[in-house]
Design a protein around this ligand. Structure first.
Ligand SMILES: *Cc1c(COP(=O)(O)O)cnc(C)c1O
Length: 460
């Protein structure tokens, strides 16, 4: 299995190389050269299996020679054993034909654990073989960072630096990043917003001297390994509702387009998915794009669903690449135009996107109202991101079962949940001492060179 860049000029890589590299050298994102498919019978045979066994069947065709079957199975088992639920991704019913896929039973209470825990295992195995050390640098709006730190804390051949926007993550998110005691964990609180953090991480990857010097590796949502791990729960949930014998639809609260793109891959692999619905908060570049065909930046307005507060959506490039029939040169030109504010998608590519993705947005008031009504009418206490999802999903309910992804546990965003419902969502008991643990972080200016110096000093 070979991986190619969405901008067409970076070298082709193996799965292991694509996973360790993150961003391609031409600025693009890696995608599989061909998407493998699973037959109707292969999908049908997943019914009733453990999550881990479905994960193996779904991901195995993508990893090539990187791991043996036995090795890969044991990495998957290790990745999910710390989850607080045996089903890993349990499905609960909200209403007739509307289901909630609970993706928040991992160690940091958000869906990013599904990808990050597996990436941690895969990185450790690959580095153990090569004897190399790496520096992971990531930007987070809150959940990626805590998930990455949780996955890499204490690993001897990895330093992990997480840039997060100071004052713009929830207290639970911050504490999950600042309380790990391991010396390879570095939480950097940046004076700026998430897009500033993300832009600086991109700049570090484009600084090839720095990239070599610190052996930079990325685990942001553009990492192909992360997208791949997220494909699994589309299969596990669809199969438990009767796929491949019947179609299902998904609504995905999304910001960087990683999670919904994983759903698209599942569909390409042969899972019968009818609608893939993109749900955005008031930072709605994805919804606007799907409505108008123009991808244009606006500022970020902080919301109660902060993990979706983005100005530009990094994984959307993968969707564009396919919409343009894998024409990397066109994608490169459009991404260049984005620097000066935006671009218009060509008619053909826009049609292709509209055929694949539907969309909707939830305002702040609609998000709060959904949190309130879902606990009152359906008995489910939702986090604000999941509430954005169910609000948007309501417009698409019909005869096909709809699965809305619940991306975080309500206790990760207690202020918004309490404001909407009067209920203070308690942390699961396995992490109830989070507020007593001492914090450790470094405040930094929005200054690329200064941050690069900190990184070089810390790993020296
Ligand atoms: C990261 C995150 C999202 C958005 O996921 P993308 O992969 O960026 O689309 C939604 N909800 C929560 C809770 C998250 O942590």
């Amino acid at each position: 299995m070979r991986y190619i860049s969405t901008r067409g000029t970076a070298p082709e890589l193996t799965f292991e190389e694509a996973m360790m590299t993150g961003l391609a050298r031409d600025g693009g994102l890696y995608v599989p050269a061909d998407v493998p498919t699973l037959s109707h019978d292969e999908i049908a045979a997943m019914a009733g299996l453990r999550y881990e066994d479905i994960a193996f069947k779904v991901m195995r065709p993508f990893i090539g020679e990187t791991f043996t079957d036995e090795e890969f199975k044991s990495l998957i088992d290790a990745a999910y054993k710390g989850f607080g639920h045996d089903a890993r991704a349990p499905l609960v019913q909200l209403a007739p034909n509307h289901f909630l896929l609970e993706l928040f039973h991992g160690p940091t209470l958000a869906f990013k654990d599904f990808a990050m825990q597996l990436i941690g295992q895969m990185f450790q195995a690959a580095l153990g073989r090569s004897g190399k050390s790496i520096t992971i640098v990531g930007a987070t709006s809150g959940d990626t960072g805590s998930a990455a730190i949780e996955a890499f804390r204490g690993l001897s051949n990895v330093n992990v630096f997480i840039l997060y926007p100071h004052g713009r993550v929830s207290e639970v998110q911050r504490r999950q990043m600042t309380t790990p005691v391991e010396s390879n964990v570095h939480a950097l609180a940046v004076d700026g917003d998430f897009d500033d953090c993300q832009a600086m991480v991109k700049d570090m990857f484009n600084d090839f001297d720095f990239r070599e010097e610190v052996a930079l590796a990325g685990v942001n949502s553009i990492n192909w390994g992360r997208v791949l791990a997220q494909v699994v729960y589309y299969f596990s949930s669809a199969v438990s509702l009767g796929a491949p014998h019947r179609e299902v639809s998904f609504t995905v609260p999304t910001g960087n387009f990683g999670d919904i793109f994983a759903g698209y891959i599942a569909k390409r692999m042969g899972l019968p998915i009818k609608d893939l619905v993109v749900a955005t908060n008031q930072n709605d570049i994805l919804h606007r794009t799907l409505e108008t065909g123009a991808y244009t930046k606006e500022g970020v307005t902080p919301s109660i669903s902060p993990s979706m507060d983005i100005q530009v959506s990094s994984n959307f490039e993968r969707a564009l690449f396919d919409a343009y029939d894998r024409d990397g040169a066109t994608v490169a030109t459009q991404m260049d135009d984005l620097k000066s504010g935006g671009f218009a998608i060509s008619q053909g590519a826009y049609q292709a996107l509209k055929e694949t993705y539907k969309s909707g947005r939830a305002s702040e008031a609609e998000t709060s109202a959904a949190i309130k009504s879902y606990v009152a009418d359906h008995g489910e206490l939702l986090c604000p991101h999941s509430a954005v999802g169910v609000h948007v999903a309501e417009d698409y309910l019909g005869t096909t079962p709809m699965i809305t992804l619940a991306t975080a546990h309500p206790a990760k965003f207690p202020a918004a949940v309490e404001e909407a419902t009067g209920i203070h969502p308690p942390l699961p008991s396995r992490m109830s001492d989070l507020f007593e643990r001492p914090e450790r972080l470094t405040r930094v200016a929005h200054d690329l060179t200064a941050i690069q110096t900190i990184i070089k000093d810390r790993i020296a």
